[in-house]
Design a protein around this ligand. Sequence first.
Ligand code: HEM
Length: 407
Amino acid sequence: MDRQLHESLDVLQRDPYPGYERARRAEGLTYVAELDSWLVSRDEDVREVLRRPDDFSSANALRPDIMPSPAALAVLGGGFGGRPVVVTADGDLHRQLRAPIVRGLSPARVEAVLPYAAERAAALVDGFAKDGHVELMTAYAQRLPGDVIGRIVGLDPDDVPAVVHGGYRAEELLFRPLPEGEQVAAARDVVAMQHKLDAFLRDRHAHLRQDVASELVVSVAPDARPGELSLDQRHALVAHLQNFLLAGHLTTTALIGTALLHLMRHPDQWRLLCAEPERIPAAVEEAARYDTALQGFRRVTTRPLTLAGTKLPAGTSLFVAFGSANRDVLRHARPDVFDITRTPGRHLAFGLGAHACPGSQLAQEQVRITLEQFTRRFPDLRLAEERPVTMRPTMIHRSPEALHLVW
Ligand code: HEM
């Protein structure tokens, strides 16, 4: 990708909504060079793609926006992974990879982790409550989801920061234009995280427990005796767990950030929420719809077909924009208005169909817990006026780069 295309990708990522609107109004699908894909922008078309996984494969769902340099790839070669993961798998393999995750995130397991999530949320808030100001992303939003997913996976809490850091470095490496030296450094951090996950999974294999990691281990190596995981199984397990961790914490961090950002930009709605906290679940839904954390994932056609009147040969890449569907006026009245009092419509922030998000309950509960803490403890919370907010340039974890709040 050349520099000009990088720059226009940045512009699109920081504010994709005007482009979505043009695409929703246009005939057929719109080709977007920055995404190297056809944009699927209307609610109806996004649903159709998600309901036809045999025609629209997920094989390219995690295709990097930027291919790492040969030196960075060589470093990555010393790590683990490179195996199919649930978001990029289709058919039987997809069902096989998804089953332990769905078991690991059952409503009962999520319910069981909520007291810990509430306790962590309160402790993080205690850490800055007396200061009168906070940068929310680093002090809170990047920390709670990592702690919670670490708990649900069964990680040692001391390992969580390195694992969260590795997740961010993987995202930077694959989705941001980094100079060569920084790519190599990011690849080293990713590999360090993978070795940590490998050691953890081998230990779990020897001592199974009631956690997600044990579910993954049993599903990948049902017959292996303790200490006898093959190298191939270790690669498969690390890829599986790394994908699960990234899918779970970066997205939730993003939604915590955007939920508070939009509530702060609408002080009347913040006051309403503080006065009537029973509205919090509806506020979480509206934040997820209005500024969707996972803006879209790619799909690739498995045969020649026509979508929304556009003919597509086999092997065509599509960018399926959940974030655009959620602003479609044919599905949501006044879609560009943030309104926590609206009757929630069926949005697509957590996808639909075979790949629909298995962690949506866990994510929403964490935003709920966050809003309960903040409405109760900081009713006069507001944006720090002198610190304008910019959004991170990403289509997969849309959030403020920093969010300075005062009270
Ligand atoms: C605000 C937070 C979240 C958002 C917006 C979100 C959104 C999504 C979306 C849209 C998909 C569908 C992708 C597709 O169709 O290709 C998805 C899949 C997935 N999500 Fe989430 N998610 C969030 C939180 C979580 C959490 C907390 C977890 C785990 C703890 C999680 C785990 C997954 C996994 C494993 C998949 C892949 C499922 C499959 O391919 O079958 N997500 N998520």
